[in-house]
Design a protein around this ligand. Sequence first.
Ligand code: ADP
Length: 494
Amino acid sequence: MGAYILSLDQGTTSSRAILFDRQGNAVRSAQREFRQIYPRPGWVEHDPAEIWATQLEVAQEIVTDPNELAAIGISNQRETTVIWDRISGEPIHNAIVWQDRRTAAFCDELKAEGFDRTILRHTGLVTDAYFSGAKVAWLLNNVAGARERAEAGELAFGTIDSFLVWNLTGGALHITDVSNAARTMLFDIHRGEWSAPILERLNIPRAILPDLRPCSKVYGETKAALFGAGIPIAGMAGDQQAATFGQAAYQAGMTKNTYGTGCFMLMNTGDQPQSSANNLLTTVAWQVGAGPRQYALEGSIFMAGAAVQWLRDEMKLIASAAESEAVASGIESSDGVYLVPAFVGLGAPYWDQYARGAIVGLTRGSGRAQIVRATLEAIAYQTRDVVDAMSADSGLTLETLRVDGGAVVNDFLMQFQADILGVTVQRPAVTETTALGAAYLAGLATGFWNSQAEIAGQWQLEREFEPAMSEDQRQSLYAGWQRAVERARAWAAD
Ligand code: ADP
């Protein structure tokens, strides 16, 4: 068996490939960006041909000998929707990206007729343009001839995982895994099958849907021509679920938070889906082989690291994201200044699309340092909002938080996070947990790794941040944040 697992990490702005060895170390990697296409305000598309080309290029760049490879695992940007021709493989339209809002009005219609309750019951999701279902309906309704061809069985729909597997296997496999299916708004997470009532309401013919698979299983082999030999494709999961798997968050109650552009927190809730009374999403975490489906609660925060980019690019208060740490650490506190980064509204748990950014609590002595520090603190406060919602929903108390993503290098942010949660924050040695999770899923299916227990044993702590703040101070700072959020809410409403 080869010495490495090839992990394909197809993200929103770039395609990456990483080779992992048996110890879970990244030994080689490559990354290529691709175009973001904005045909109209609020619309976001990708060219599927570019997604495939960049993904194949980075994979071929790091694979020098197919005998090195034991298997391939895939993680991907979730919800992004492609429809292609089953004979030619040609997409009928650009991919509609998860951020695209073109189907918002259709979602409002579904809500007005109360169909959002059916969607929530079957899929665990709020009815939103974010998910794939309405995007599929839009393509069938707006691309000439698409509906007839779909009904005749000529077209295939897939999220990016499906599209990559189709291309990797030369059209032999049209499949998706249950974690990606759970983000389509078409999948019944309780029964583990496509939801007939939702397909009917959205007028989506079953013939275009991929077959469902677990997240860890040998699905098939790549076309020999791609890497010089057929390589088993053996694992796939949506990026946030893959990151949770890569963090070895295998016990109910274990939670990871990814600090990137936004923050995505997932709490493992075991083999039972927990419905949320606090506006979190219920989603499939993963399914390993013939084992039971595992579920998670998810909180999505729109602005996290992106607010630091805003400090750098729009406000010019810092020269680099890294500088935020030194500036924030240079003062004892933000002196009562709060920044609410509701630039595009607020996600979980508020879901307030009319909230807007605000800086409150300014005094004559407030300056650059207070604003920079307040921005980093806001990332931690938003995370606290989601943690509180998760604890209320799950009845589980968070004991430690495992973190990953680009912003976790910021020690100030990590310490403040521990302080404001009153919970230990654990930063692992490998922060490429998305790609690692996909590798683990593929390695489990092929005997490269023997068990989740073995994988959990590989998880290595790089640094732990212990809460050092008094309970009084924690409560008083967080109460200030909650008042600041109130000032920012419903701002853009008439
Ligand atoms: P994504 O996968 O969403 O593109 P990454 O996980 O690559 O994001 O993280 C990039 C984000 O992390 C950027 O928004 C950037 O502003 C933020 N970031 C990077 N370094 C730091 C730092 N030292 N302090 C705070 N934020 C940082």
